[in-house]
Design a protein around this ligand. Structure first.
Ligand SMILES: O=C(O)[C@@H](O)[C@@H](O)[C@H](O)C(=O)CO
Length: 482
């Protein structure tokens, strides 16, 4: 607990230098040294208040200021990677997850971690506050380090002292893997979707080309019975063969990545994502992947299967919920019988109709990823505060729809949209197609209107935080059935 006197004097001192203190941020770093976050215009800095000679790099004041009334020296610093590495020594850094339930919140703009924390800290869930895919990095012109630093700044601003994770999401190649490792991420989501052999490419003579290890798995499991929700399921040999043909190449990639991670990272969570493949994951696919990896000594933390139905970005689940539940139960049963790893739900934003069933069936042993849903709150705020900017964003998004669609699987076309948005309609952003339009258009919108977007979000920071935390709370309420 920080003394009230220090807080008051620090607030006054900073105001005299045109900085506003985030009061929750003030915390003890070590004996006689405090850290805090303060903002001048839109520029956030970390501050150090110390009686010792404790310094970071690139100080704002040429010489440390003496805050006489409390007898501390003060300076302000940018949260550069260099400075972050010093703070890491005080435990301000991501960690692997040790909890049953976990929830990822991507922050494409690098602004809303304090809002994510407000929502997440009320639930029994490990927050993966950094969740960043290369696809998003390319579109937002950021890098893994920047995404991490913005979250660290948010963690400090909120005064959050709990644990949190950093997910290098949708890793498909070594280049991005190495960059995420260098930045110190703690979770690695390997997306093998592009490495899966297409069913249409499989000809009958390829059946002979599977590896000895795949053959062993088929021999060991063909005809074997496993129990799924009190029923017996007999594992099919022909399906296992098919799984081997589809997944073997992808498994080689996982093996390679795993050896790099083992060599370079002390402790990490590994997620295997097969959810963006062309077909739903079968029982045999799941068993093949889990068994293959375990036989290679690859210990993974979670697996994202492709469930039946549509998991399109920004909108609710589309499909037969009963069928989803049936398949989910199968995958959960396998996950428990083959190592006890978590099931992960990708494109987890706004899937309100299946959260309850997902958390119930998995007995809360899950990971859920969200990202675009928080960016959409920024768009909501812009609609409320600056109709002119919203109008411009709408036009840009619509004119670039075909380009934006290249990176995301959504079923919207230009014809679904009016040329002119109805700015009088307060519900415009509840319309599924408009949500999808904005969800996938963040890249081009930031390219063309970054400054304007950030200006509005800075001016109405508190409301922006409220929008974001209320939205994530809505997700969590459903997930935890509260
Ligand atoms: O947009 C992205 O690249 C990522 O945020 C998502 O695909 C992420 O994996 C996700 O599923 C968030 O809902």
């Amino acid at each position: 607990m920080v003394e009230k006197g220090i807080l008051e004097k620090l607030t006054d001192f900073l105001l005299n230098h045109s900085f506003v203190l985030y009061p929750n941020s003030l915390r003890k770093l070590k004996e006689d040294t405090y850290i805090f976050v303060a903002k001048k215009d839109a520029d956030k800095k970390i501050g150090i208040l110390t009686k010792e000679n404790f310094k970071l790099s690139s100080p704002y004041f040429v010489e440390d200021k003496n805050v006489k009334e409390i007898d501390f020296y003060l300076n302000l610093y940018p949260l550069s990677f260099e400075n972050y590495l010093i703070l890491k020594n005080f435990g301000i850094s991501p960690t692997p997850c040790r909890q049953k339930s976990s929830f990822g919140t991507g922050d494409r703009l690098g602004l809303v971690t304090p809002a994510h924390i407000v929502a997440l800290k009320e639930y029994p869930v490990f927050p993966v506050l950094v969740q960043q895919s290369p696809r998003e990095l390319e579109k937002t012109r950021r890098d893994f380090k920047d995404a991490l630093l913005k979250v660290i700044l948010g963690v400090l601003e909120a005064g959050y002292t709990g644990e949190f994770g950093a997910d290098a999401d949708h890793i498909k190649d070594e280049k991005y893997l190495l960059r995420a490792i260098e930045a110190g991420y703690t979770m690695y989501t390997l997306d093998v979707s592009e490495l899966l052999t297409k069913i249409s490419d499989i000809s009958s003579n390829q059946v002979m080309q599977i590896s000895p290890q795949s053959k062993e798995i088929i021999e060991a499991f063909k005809g074997k019975k496993i129990s799924i929700s009190e029923e017996e399921y007999t594992i099919r040999e022909d399906e296992l063969y098919k799984s081997a043909l589809i997944y073997e190449k992808a498994m080689n990639f996982v093996e390679k990545v795993y050896s790099i991670l083992k060599e370079k990272v002390k402790d990490f969570d590994l997620e295997i994502s097969i959810d963006e493949g062309e077909k739903d994951t079968t029982v045999e696919d799941h068993i093949f992947v889990a068994e293959y990896l375990h036989k290679k000594g690859i210990d993974f933390w979670s697996l994202a299967p492709k469930f039946p139905g549509e998991f399109q970005k920004a909108i609710d689940y589309k499909g037969d919920i009963n069928k989803f539940a049936v398949e989910l139960k199968k995958h959960y049963a396998i996950s428990q019988q083959f190592g006890g790893y978590k099931l992960s739900l990708h494109s987890g934003s706004d899937k309100f109709s299946i959260y309850e069933i997902f958390s119930e069936v998995t007995q809360h042993s899950f990971h859920i990823k969200t990202s675009g849903t928080s960016w959409l709150q920024a768009v909501n705020l812009i609609f409320e505060k600056d109709k002119k900017l919203f109008y411009e964003l709408y036009k840009i998004a619509l004119n670039n729809l075909e380009e934006s669609k290249k990176a995301y699987k959504v079923l919207i076309d230009k014809d679904d949209f009016a040329e002119e948005p109805n700015l009088e309609n307060a519900q415009i952003l509840s319309q599924p197609e408009i949500k999808q339009l904005f969800h996938i258009s963040y890249g081009v919108l930031l390219d063309e209107k970054k400054e304007e977007i950030y200006d509005v979000l800075d001016k109405y920071e508190e409301e922006h935080y409220q929008f974001v935390s209320a939205n994530i709370k809505n997700h969590l309420e459903k997930i935890f059935n509260k």
